[in-house]
Design a protein around this ligand. Structure first.
Ligand code: CAO
Length: 243
């Protein structure tokens, strides 16, 4: 690709140069590799999490006893694991050299963690086999390890899919970059109260914005719409996560 020729910035004002950290350079290369190799499309959906949030908040005392904080993330992990099992075309990698699709029989999900030294993506293994408390404890532990630079290489490998949640910060939607060789990534923005028409009147409902970016070589648009619909149904009635 054509390189970007830098001007001499000092002609415009004072500048300082500093070396990129190894992590920043590696992340930059990974982002560019994915951006250039993967034909990206992003599918948007709002999930009604009013009841889920009531349930989650009701777990506060139980969480304090266990020493674990229940955030929306474990529900998202569980819903994504169910959606990946229902729509296995999302749980693949493409081997373009051998012209093969690699189908995975396991469900490991990466979580993007914002740290002072950059973006890290620890991986929770076998999400489909774990309960909400276990997922809450494990994601908090891995996120802390990421912030403390204590993650082992094995703890950052093997993901089938990634969740990147900016919901604790803000924003209404974004278009995440697929963490290739995975073929999809779920972006989560901040839940907000919205008027939702129930057929007779508007009801105030807490709506969670979801942004699913996918590799259009592996997944078609109809499947992406199915995936976000499944997520929205599961998060809208979390009893269905038990089915
Ligand atoms: N909508 C509204 N509130 C939300 C929310 C959402 N979608 N998601 C989380 N929150 C709330 C939590 O409930 C919590 O509130 P309370 O303290 O009142 O309960 C608060 O926001 C903070 O949550 P958190 O961010 O600490 O916890 P989490 O489990 O939601 O997220 C983690 C953990 C690791 C995903 C997060 O800390 C993080 O690093 N996010 C950034 C990821 C990132 O940088 N992605 C971009 C990658 S591409 O550049």
């Amino acid at each position: 690709i054509p390189g970007v020729k830098l001007p001499d910035f000092s002609q415009f004002g004072e500048v300082k140069r500093e070396a990129m950290s190894r992590m920043m350079f590696a992340t930059a290369n990974n982002m560019q590799r994915s951006w250039l190799n993967v034909p990206h499309v992003t599918q948007f959906e709002d999930a009604d999490i009013t009841d889920m949030e009531d349930f989650r908040k009701a777990q506060k005392a139980a969480g304090e006893k266990k020493g674990v904080k229940m955030t929306p993330l474990p529900f998202l992990l569980k819903a994504c694991a169910t959606a990946l099992a229902e729509l296995p075309q999302f749980n693949v990698s493409l081997d373009m050299e051998r012209k093969e699709v690699v189908r995975k029989s396991y469900i490991h999900i990466g979580i993007a963690v914002d740290t002072p030294h950059g973006l890290m993506v620890p991986v929770i293994r076998d999400v489909d086999k774990k309960g909400l408390w276990e997922l809450a404890a494990e994601s908090a532990e891995l996120a802390q390890k990421a912030r403390d630079k204590q993650l082992k290489p094995a703890e950052m490998q093997g993901a089938c899919f990634t969740i990147t949640s900016l919901g604790g910060i803000g924003g209404t939607a974004f278009t995440p970059i697929v963490n290739t060789p995975e073929v999809a990534i779920l972006g989560v923005s901040k839940a907000a109260m919205k008027p939702v028409w129930d057929g007779k009147e508007f009801q105030p409902r807490l709506m969670l914005p979801l942004s699913l970016s996918y590799d259009h070589r592996a997944v078609n648009g109809a499947d992406a719409a199915r995936f976000t619909s499944v997520l929205s149904q599961l998060l809208g009635d979390i009893r269905t996560l038990l089915l």
